[in-house]
Write a protein that binds this ligand. Structure first.
Ligand code: AMP
Length: 499
């Protein structure tokens, strides 16, 4: 806490930081806070999400706001609604012990009338997505003529999302003498243009990407066939039951399909991508935050602004080409000083991507094996047995039916019954056909883009047979009290020594 004090923060803020257990400032906070608390120049912070940049600008911003002045003094622009809401929540928390400062987040995808109503109250700090802000300015619900501080958060992402025109427009509504603080993970030429046009001699602080990615994240990769990816993912989840992960796919369609496949086989997963309505996105995020979902399947853009601590893993179901995407994705784990694992699934021809990340990001990758089928079978069987033991359905069942079934089983011993049930369950685990998923090896980089895609007839894009219930039949059955054995399963009751 002493370190935060040295940065020049006031008592009410220090008290909150203590409550939040922020014991020492992150790198961006250490460098930016003193400059932003006192400074009279524009500022550029080159830092990724997850580096603590919200507090880096949020704390000095709150310290500089005059609560007795009712006009809008600060505007924070953010690319997405999620990020906007998170910034607002954090600012509310940080200002808990200060004289009341009104903070409001406004964004698209929610009723504008409610936001107009809320803005009737003097609002000293507005956090906004660009499109909605322009609407509100046009409707005379927001006035920026007394603005003193403009923060652009994730400026590169705002441009990626096509907000260039909106930014120009918003900037034209603001007084020239305000201070502009711009945060961006990267510095593409479009951002340089904005800096040149709208900022005056900015002070620049750069948090080295390699420091950021490197510290608490373990980078791993597994080489496997595309068609084995789903099973591989399931095995990693099974072997690490405490897992909370974001799984990245390249396209919306892949994201949706993967989430559906996982759901079918009873993993708590859902997708977040740009085709969802804001309401749907909020619902998914809410469930993920509440721990109702174990896995969030996301596209790169949709994952911007996801601020969930305690993620143990990030999976790159499809590996990005660009290293800044890799950095951004991996940065979803190992937040706030915790450790995390980032696992890339590559096919035999994608080794060059890993080497490229190693070189450009100065990080090391470790190749890992996909968990062994026998071990997984044992874990899944234990779970299955545990579920049976935990199930207490006696009250729900019809006594006559129980009697009838008991009679049917009276000719076999308990041991035989267990053996038969186990055999059925093992078949349903669907591990037999592709037991060892570690057969794929790296191939020469030069042939990149060639063959190597999984066959698709009769199976979905991740190799699970659409017609077969696979593991889902098994787990669904046992979770619901194992009411019904399929005729396929009955056929397989002849003992197979598989395990
Ligand atoms: P941000 O990059 O602002 O999204 O912050 C990432 C996460 O780190 C947030 O959940 C913050 O609450 C947390 N955080 C920020 N600064 C600190 C700090 N100095 N110590 C511990 N956690 C922090």
């Amino acid at each position: 806490m002493g370190k935060f004090k040295q940065l020049g923060l006031s008592k009410p803020i220090l008290k909150v930081l203590e409550e939040l257990e922020f014991t020492k400032p992150t790198e961006i906070q250490e460098q930016a806070i003193p400059l932003l608390l006192e400074g009279h120049s524009d500022f550029i912070g080159l830092a990724q999400t997850g580096t603590g940049k919200t507090a880096a600008f949020g704390l000095p911003l709150l310290e500089r706001i005059d609560p007795s002045n009712r006009s809008t003094q600060a505007l924070v622009l953010a690319p997405t609604r999620e990020l906007g809401q998170q910034i607002a929540e954090q600012l509310e928390t940080f200002s808990k012990y200060m004289e009341k400062v009104n903070v409001l987040a406004v964004y698209g995808g929610a009723a504008i009338s409610n936001q107009i109503r809320a803005l009737k109250k003097p609002t000293q700090v507005i956090i906004a997505t660009p499109g909605r802000l322009i609407d509100l300015i046009k409707r005379k619900a927001v006035f920026l003529d007394e603005l003193e501080y403009l923060v652009m958060d994730e400026a590169d992402e705002m441009l990626n999302m096509g907000f260039k025109k909106e930014l120009d427009k918003i900037l034209s509504y603001t007084p020239v003498e305000k201070l502009t603080w711009l945060f961006s993970a990267t510095m593409p030429s479009e951002i340089k243009k904005i800096v040149k046009k709208y900022m005056e001699d900015p002070v620049e602080v750069k948090i080295d990407v390699k420091n950021k990615v490197n510290t608490n994240i373990e980078h791993q990769f597994a080489v496997l066939k595309r068609s084995d990816k789903l099973e591989a993912l399931c095995r990693f989840i099974d072997i690490y039951p405490e897992m909370r992960a974001v799984v990245f796919c390249r396209t919306k369609r892949d994201t949706q399909e993967l989430a559906e496949s996982l759901l079918q086989i009873n993993y708590k997963a859902d997708a977040i991508h740009g085709d969802l309505s804001q309401k749907q996105r909020d619902r998914v995020m809410g469930r993920f935050k509440k721990n109702d979902l174990q896995l969030l399947i996301a596209t790169d853009v949709a994952a911007r602004g996801i601020d969930v601590n305690d993620l143990t893993h990030v999976f790159h179901f499809t590996v990005p080409d660009d290293e800044s995407y890799y950095t951004h994705r991996s940065g979803r784990t190992a937040r706030a000083g915790k450790k995390g694992i980032s696992i890339s699934f590559i096919n035999g021809r994608e080794g060059y991507k890993i080497r490229n990340f190693e070189k450009k990001l100065k990080i090391n990758f470790q190749q890992v094996e996909i968990p062994d089928a026998d071990k997984i079978a044992s874990i899944r069987i234990e779970k299955w047995a545990e579920n049976i033991l935990m199930t207490n359905q006696s009250e729900r069942l019809n006594a006559k039916l129980v009697k009838k079934v008991s009679k049917l089983f009276s000719s076999i011993s308990k041991e035989e019954l267990i053996e038969n049930l186990l055999s059925i369950q093992l078949d349903q685990l669907n591990l037999g056909s592709n037991k060892d998923l570690n057969t794929e090896t790296e191939k020469s980089d030069r042939k990149e883009g060639g063959r190597g895609r999984g066959g698709r007839s009769g199976s979905n894009r991740y190799g699970r047979d659409r017609r077969s219930k696979g593991r889902s039949g098994g787990s669904k059955n046992h979770r619901k009290g194992n009411k019904k054995a399929t005729s396929d399963s009955k056929k397989s009751t002849k003992k197979k020594k598989r395990y």
